[in-house]
Write a protein that binds this ligand. Structure first.
Ligand code: SF4
Length: 417
């Protein structure tokens, strides 16, 4: 439609009002747990990760290291080899994430059909010296060289929003290790295929931003490959061959432990305070329902008012601070009160420095930790006592302090009013 016609039509009187189908206030529908469970069961039944399979595998355990072990806790690697039956089952959410990941992979492989080469036995790779194996996602065609075909090794990953915008070290390492392993592949050599470098294709599965795909080209990094192989050598010699279990490298609440299938087993015997169960206290008399209802709506109103008041306070504070800054005045009289600019001291301890200095003084770990606790606890009396007891020089403590000043507004009532 040309601009002329549009102008003409806009100028014409409206002949008919628009109509939009309104949403209902109440739908004739209820949550359907039956269908949801039916769907979830399909994940469980098709899964390679069901408990039966894990128990069966438990008798055999892992036979060799996998490239993906580079992103795994070394203690978990030990469990995979020697205690696999202690793993908990995958959660349903975990199984859904696996299945979704596979779909994204397939979809992308299909989209790259004209430049890719996958679903062939060459995907399987091995480091013959360390016995580490892996299976790359795909090969991306780069060109011909002599009578070889040249490809980059492609890793496809799905990510949550924000995680796709920079390269994850473990993904980089995985691809680098494949580039190294490719030289030993009979299939690749037999098909006269040379590997030039790597590619990473990240898909933001949350679709939270306009960009969905984030792709990176990787140059072969021999220094990093050497580090990766050294790490695997350590895993093989210390964990796998000598059957030594390493200490826990992560805290209980860490992301690594939270998603680890061995968490319950790994932390057995260590008391972790859990959230107290919320149960009714029968000795407490409940308030009248009428009072509860009125306080509930009052509470909601007050919360809204609080947010509004806080926003307004911030605006007023900004203006007053600007006034004090511009005039050099320290206070402003308003009716019977003074609004004053004040500075509050904020002290932070340089923990690294303090710990290094304390470690020079005491080699006894328990004493060191007790002193550390006393000095870093927010109780001034403990610090003063430690200084008086000669456990730390006050000068050293001062050196560890980082002091900053925070500007605040205070309100004071005028004297005699
Ligand atoms: S629970 Fe944590 S420390 Fe234990 S194996 Fe798993 S990741 Fe490692």
């Amino acid at each position: 439609m040309s601009t002329e016609i549009i102008k003409h039509k806009i100028g014409q009187p409206i002949e008919i009002k628009p109509k939009v189908l309104k949403s209902q206030t109440e739908l004739k529908a209820v949550p359907d747990a039956e269908l949801r469970d039916l769907i979830l069961q399909t994940y469980r039944s098709e899964s390679r990760h069901g408990h039966e399979v894990i128990s069966e595998k438990g008798d055999a355990g892992r036979k060799n290291l996998w490239v993906t072990d580079l992103r795994r806790c070394p203690r978990e690697v030990y469990y995979k080899f020697y205690e696999p039956s202690k793993a908990r089952e995958y959660t349903e959410k975990g199984l859904v994430i696996f299945a979704d990941g596979k779909l994204h992979h397939k979809d992308l492989q299909w989209r790259l059909e004209h430049v890719r080469l996958a679903d062939h036995p060459g995907g399987y790779l091995k480091d013959p010296e360390l016995g580490v194996t892996g299976y790359y996602d795909d090969l991306v065609f780069v060109g011909n060289e002599d009578d070889f075909k040249v490809y980059d090794i492609l890793e496809i990953k799905t990510k949550l929003s924000g995680a796709a915008t920079s390269i994850d070290q473990a993904d980089y390492d995985q691809d680098q290790y494949y580039q190294y392993m490719a030289q030993f592949s009979d299939w690749l050599n037999g098909h006269r295929i040379r590997i030039r470098g790597g590619r990473l294709a990240y898909k933001d599965k949350s679709h939270m931003s306009d960009e969905v795909y984030f792709c990176y080209r990787l140059e072969r990094d021999d220094a990093r490959i050497a580090e990766i192989r050294n790490y695997f050598r350590w895993l093989k010699e210390e964990i796998v061959d000598k059957k030594q279990i390493p200490s826990r490298p992560y805290e209980y609440e860490s992301t690594e432990c939270t998603y680890c299938l061995f968490r319950d087993f790994c932390w057995q015997g260590i008391v972790i305070p859990s959230k107290p169960a919320f149960i009714a206290d029968e000795s407490t008399e409940p308030p009248e329902q009428e009072l509860v209802d009125s306080m509930a709506s009052h509470y909601l109103k007050m919360r809204e008012a609080k947010v509004e008041a806080e926003t307004e306070m911030k605006k007023a504070e900004a203006v007053l601070m600007k006034y004090f800054k511009a005039t050099g005045q320290g206070s402003l009289a308003v009716a019977d009160k003074q609004i004053m600019r004040s500075l509050t001291k904020h002290t932070e301890l340089d923990g690294e420095f303090l710990f290094a200095e304390l470690s020079k003084q005491t080699k006894n770990l328990r004493q060191l930790l007790n002193l550390w606790k006393a000095l870093t606890a927010p109780k001034a009396s403990l610090v003063q006592q430690a200084i008086k007891d000669g456990k730390i020089d006050a000068g050293l403590f001062e050196q560890a302090k980082h002091i900053s000043w925070i500007e605040l507004l205070r309100v004071k009532k005028n004297k005699g009013e």
